[in-house]
Write a protein that binds this ligand. Structure first.
Ligand SMILES: [Zn+2]
Length: 494
């Protein structure tokens, strides 16, 4: 008797995946000859679940050893990267330290006591709740995907598109428009709680409901137009290249990603906020000097009216290849001292000078490629025949793809956060050296405490923090200040 999985891996003549299937089948046949039932379970599992998909030849010991070693190297590499990233807040042991270290801790505490207990409790609760919301969003998203498939709505939306046009690309666009609208409507309660009520509950929002809703509408329009055109284009690649869609689909997605990063400061960001040149002032000239001294090709500093939406301070150096621009929000200008503004801008300039935009893009490309191969691996395993989806290139399977992507990216949070946190730490150090404003820097960090927990636990920081924790950032600034002072003192003769 054959194992049920064996029947599924028949080599289909003319199949575009002959290569993979034949190799797997040859391996299976050699097991069949010997007796499937006496084959160790793990071996069966490998044949049926992994090698069938990847096309590895199990008889080739050398190849298997190399693959195992590569896998171990990859896991070890990622592990090392994760653990060597940034010193975590919990790694800062205050016990038994003396000299500059002890003085830096004491100076950090002086900043920390500026926050009263209620403020600390509120920002901790806000941050912890946000972490739970990641999971709620995931579960709710999966539920929506399941509902769309199970109810047959997804297939009906596809059929509707096919009824009105014969051009495949437009059929796909028609589906994506319907899908986007349905998901938007189903997500309204969660988005309203998360983006509006909760932000008001923690005094982080200045927006009235109408303002918030209009903004959601603008986002929806972008998804309906740009989003559907781009996703439909990716589906063209999946349909046209049945053998290699995972690779070319990722290449196409990365290309779109670069395009979006390039156009967003000029075309997308102004849809949500008004950007205008910062009025001439000493501070503006200082920011431009900082930028020029560190190689940022910018002649203007833009201010945007973020206070329309929130009370958060923020700034950025955005764009790519000629669309680079330095922007800061009005909350930063209005609530932080000039020293603090210079420190924050030096941090943003640091992202540019240290090539973080390109670096992040390279990391993201790797993650996008992994995401596509994950879909290739998982799609056929989760799809049910009764859902009526023809194959992975059928747009009616989009909810399943979206669900798989949300699982994948939630799992990738740890890696993403570590990559971002490492860059943020580099930009912090750059900012201290460029602006030389450790107290301004600490003042700005302290004001971020309204929505970021200042002193998280080690696991919390490791998994959830995409920036170093506030306590650690202030400690670094204080230590920088004290070490610099000691250098100056040593230089003074006598
Ligand atoms: Zn940053």
């Amino acid at each position: 008797m054959l194992h049920p999985q064996v029947n599924q891996i028949r080599c289909e003549p003319g199949s575009s995946r002959d290569g993979f299937f034949c190799v797997a089948q040859r391996s299976i046949e050699s097991i069949q000859l010997n007796n499937w039932h006496s084959t160790p379970f793990i071996f069966k599992l490998c044949v049926c679940c992994t090698h069938q998909e990847l096309g590895f030849d199990l008889r080739d010991r050398e190849l298997r050893t190399k693959q195992a070693l590569s896998l171990i190297a990859l896991i070890a590499g990622i592990g090392l990267y994760l653990f060597s990233g940034t010193a975590l807040c919990a790694g800062l042991a205050t016990d038994g330290v003396t000299g500059i270290e002890a003085a830096a801790f004491a100076a950090t505490e002086q900043y920390m006591i500026q926050l009263d207990a209620d403020q600390r409790l509120a920002s901790d609760a806000y941050f912890e709740g946000k972490a739970w919301l990641i999971l709620w969003n995931l579960f709710y998203g999966l539920l929506i995907a399941w509902g769309l498939m199970k109810s047959g709505l997804s297939v009906r939306m596809r059929n509707l598109g096919e009824k009105y046009t014969r051009i495949k690309y437009f059929q796909q666009c028609a589906y994506i428009v319907q899908y986007t609208l349905v998901v938007f409507i189903l997500l309204i309660p969660l988005n309203m709680y998360e983006g509006f009520f909760r932000e008001h509950q923690y005094n982080l929002s200045n927006q009235d409901f109408m303002g918030w809703f209009v903004e959601q509408g603008i986002g929806l329009m972008l998804e309906l137009t740009l989003g559907s055109l781009l996703i439909a284009a990716i589906y063209v690649v999946i349909r046209r290249l049945p053998d290699s869609w995972a690779f070319w689909g990722s290449v196409t997605s990365v290309f779109f990603l670069v395009l979006i990063i390039m156009v967003s400061p000029v075309f997308i960001a102004p849809l949500f906020n008004e950007y205008k040149p910062l009025p001439e002032s000493e501070l503006k000239e200082q920011i431009l000097m900082l930028a020029r001294a560190n190689g940022v090709p910018a002649e203007e500093v833009y201010q945007f009216d973020a206070s329309e939406q929130s009370t958060r301070i923020s700034a950025n150096v955005s764009g790519l290849f000629g669309t680079t621009r330095i922007s800061l929000n009005d909350n930063l200008i209005n609530n932080i001292s000039p020293e603090g503004v210079r420190a924050v801008m030096a941090h943003e300039i640091g992202h540019y000078a240290l090539n973080h935009i390109i670096e992040t893009l390279i990391y993201l490309s790797g993650i996008v490629i992994m995401a596509f191969f994950f879909i290739r691996f998982a799609f056929s395993r989760v799809i049910r025949p009764e859902w009526g989806v023809r194959d992975v290139s059928d747009i009616a399977g989009l909810p399943v793809v979206a669900a798989l992507l949300s699982v994948f990216f939630t799992l990738m949070t740890l890696l993403n956060n570590t990559i971002t946190r490492s860059n943020e730490t580099e930009a912090d150090i750059f900012a201290l050296n460029a602006a030389r404003e450790p107290d301004g820097f600490s003042e700005a960090v302290l004001s971020l405490s309204s929505y970021r927990k200042m002193k998280p636990g080690p696991v919390e920081e490791f998994i959830l923090f995409d920036h170093p924790a506030g306590y650690q950032r202030i400690y670094r600034a204080m230590r920088w200040k004290l070490e610099q002072q000691s250098i100056v003192e040593l230089e003074v003769p006598g």
